[in-house]
Design a protein around this ligand. Structure first.
Ligand SMILES: [Zn+2]
Length: 118
């Protein structure tokens, strides 16, 4: 996901796709080089001065939220950033669950939607 921080609030502006040629309906692997390529392309195409990587998203084919592997993955990724990262998981029942990680640890978060956005 691409966005920026405004004080203690994270603004998520875009969600880009990181392709996995070996993905199935129930598995997907985040390869760092493909994620970096997708990020570099999106940042160049969108050309927005505030945009940067702020976290990951994916869907689940069942009504379950982030797995322990999902949480560990965002925790590990957060060690490389000075601000917390966000993980959004879109469940099969249309619910979106979120986790936030800061310096390797899950941390609390509150989600606000702007009234003018879906
Ligand atoms: Zn997952």
């Amino acid at each position: 996901m691409l966005g920026w921080w405004e004080g203690d609030a994270l603004v998520v502006r875009y969600a880009i796709e990181v392709p996995d040629p070996d993905a199935t309906t129930s598995s997907w692997t985040r390869a760092h080089h493909r994620a970096q390529d997708a990020l570099d392309r999106a940042l160049a195409d969108l050309d927005h001065p505030w945009l940067g990587y702020v976290g990951d998203w994916h869907t689940h084919p069942a009504c379950c939220g982030p797995s322990s592997q999902d949480e560990q993955s965002i925790c590990n990724a957060s060690r490389g950033y000075s601000q917390p990262l966000l993980l959004l998981v879109h469940r099969a029942d249309e619910t979106i669950e979120a986790r936030s990680a800061d310096r390797g640890q899950l941390c609390p978060l509150t989600i606000h939607r702007r009234p003018d956005e879906i």
